[in-house]
Design a protein around this ligand. Structure first.
Ligand code: GLN
Length: 507
């Protein structure tokens, strides 16, 4: 018999409704699995008392026929989301001890619908990274075994602080992806500024959706680059993402960029026919040096969608090649401004100094890790007088051109765009933390355009590499048309077949 934590979110929902299991049993099964999986480093804070208390109340509501859409379903929350009275540090040292007095809108929406909080999930510091290695709390290991490794060898590596040689789960939502893939929650909140939902999902054989900018409220999410940041779920499959996003999304007067538009029942779009839908294949996404297996997977994806009745058209997104450099100007610029608030006075870490200036300097020097400091410096540089026009303004112009590329494709009737999600399968912890940060940045080559244009993007598990590691395909949609993405993503998922997630060698 599958244990309760191995159910999908939809299956668990149905099991609770049919009274085949209780919310308390479901929460306990996850808490037990989390305890055995501590070595993976997916959670930075576990909240068993809160989980069991919420689950008890869920059981009462189920008994009295007042169940919400997510009643009794255990969820993990990325450490980026403010959770009232609970550890919220965006996995940074500078937010040491911060327990907010308020709840983020997205997590509050989940609790409103009856979901159960299991704890806070590891992530790259301030969501800056593609491997979860910049976290103050140390790296997260993927539950997927490195090719050729025995479980014993992996367990030995897991017992070390560095976890070197194990696979990264991707980043920045590495804890979310690893926890979902290892069955340590039924689904997780994540966030995506340049790919942080989609790349970790692709690396771990899970599904992740970044909705249109404005679909979810950013209120109570620790800000990285405000014009790019967007909340979204990582879950086991397309349907589970649909169920979670419906709860997370919605207008919020506390975030003026959140859009006042009704949230559709995304689950209805899962399984809808895609006959006659026009799928664009952008020729510029065939990047040099891309492994043949990624290209082969992409071609397979095209065949699957054609077989499902879609019309395939080649499209051109000519400014794609400028997206990554422009992103790495816009994102650090906004980050340098957002992170100015961490000064050792208002919250978190305080490193004393002789005067206020030295206190600021000491706090920020000790509190921020190297990648965050690098971004603040790049950001301050591109915004400074004399360089503003040369870098920041030009990057913004490129951003407009990228958006227009997509608009032109959609204007020509394209309903969704299919691309690879990542240029490679997961790499090893320690493999890309060399002197050249650009090596890491190249991971985002297929994902950043979507944030620059504010569009919805979906990463769907689509198969395995020659070494047996998960690979994902990405679907990009029209603004606020997540429903089409859910239908097309489901077609890919169905054609690709179910992913068999790793057995718990870590326990
Ligand atoms: N990897 C990208 C970066 O480091 C994207 C991060 C994200 O989406 N939060 O900026």
């Amino acid at each position: 018999m599958t244990s309760l934590n191995e159910l999908t979110l939809a299956q668990a929902r149905d099991a609770l409704a049919a009274k085949k299991a209780s919310a308390v049993e479901l929460a306990q099964a996850h808490l037990d699995a989390m305890e055995k999986a501590r070595g993976l480093g997916a959670y930075v804070a576990e909240t068993p008392e809160i989980a069991l208390d919420m689950a008890r109340r869920s059981d009462q509501r189920i008994a009295s026929g007042e169940a919400g859409a997510l009643e009794g379903l255990p969820i993990g929350v990325k450490d980026l989301y403010a959770t009232k009275g609970v550890h919220t540090q965006a996995c940074s040292h500078i937010l040491d001890g911060f327990k907010p007095a308020y709840e983020s809108t997205v997590s509050a929406n989940l609790w409103r619908d009856g979901a159960v909080m299991l704890g806070k999930l590891n992530m790259d510091e301030f969501a800056m990274g593609s491997s979860n290695e910049t976290s103050f709390y140390g790296p997260v290991a993927s539950p997927w075994l490195p090719p050729g490794w025995s479980a014993d060898k992996a367990r030995a590596a897991l017992a070390t602080k560095e976890k070197a040689g194990l696979l990264v789960p991707g980043g920045s939502s590495g804890g979310s992806a690893s926890a979902v893939a290892a069955h340590l929650c039924l689904g997780a909140t994540a966030s995506d500024t340049g790919g942080s939902i989609r790349q970790p999902a692709a690396f771990t054989g899970t599904a992740g959706v970044k909705p249109t900018y404005g679909r979810c409220s950013r209120w109570g999410m620790v800000a990285f680059a405000s014009s790019l940041d967007q909340a979204g779920p990582i879950a086991r499959n397309v349907r589970d993402c649909a169920i979670l996003l419906r709860s997370m999304a919605g207008h919020d007067p506390k975030d003026t960029t959140s859009v006042d538009a009704p949230v559709p029942d995304y689950e209805k779009a899962v399984g809808a026919s895609i006959k006659g839908r026009k799928i664009g294949i952008p020729k510029e996404y065939r990047v040099s040096g891309m492994p043949e297996e990624i290209d082969a997977l992409w071609r397979k994806g095209v065949d699957w969608l054609r077989d499902a009745g879609a019309e395939i058209v080649e499209i051109s997104l000519p400014h794609t090649k400028y997206a990554l450099p422009a992103y790495y100007i816009v994102a650090p610029a906004e980050a340098s401004s957002n992170l100015a608030r961490y000064d050792g006075v208002r919250y978190g870490l305080r490193a004393p100094g002789r005067d206020i200036r030295e206190l600021y300097e000491n706090t920020r020097a000790q509190g921020f890790g190297p990648e965050v400091r690098r971004r603040i410096m790049i950001g301050a540089y591109v915004l400074s007088a004399g360089y503003y026009d040369a870098y920041y303004v030009r990057a913004q112009k490129i951003r407009t051109l990228i958006r227009r590329d997509f608009e032109a494709a959609f204007h020509d009737g394209v309903d969704a765009i299919l691309t690879p999600a990542t240029p490679s399968p997961a790499f090893a912890i320690g493999e890309k933390t060399s002197a050249d940060p650009v090596e890491m940045y190249l991971n985002d080559v297929f994902t950043v355009t979507v944030n620059m244009a504010g569009l919805p993007g979906f990463a769907v598990p689509a198969g395995l590499s020659k070494d047996g590691l998960p690979l994902g395909l990405q679907l990009i949609g029209r603004p606020f048309d997540e429903e089409t993405l859910f239908s097309v993503a489901q077609a890919v998922e169905e054609a690709a077949g179910p992913v068999s997630l790793p057995k718990p060698w870590w326990a």
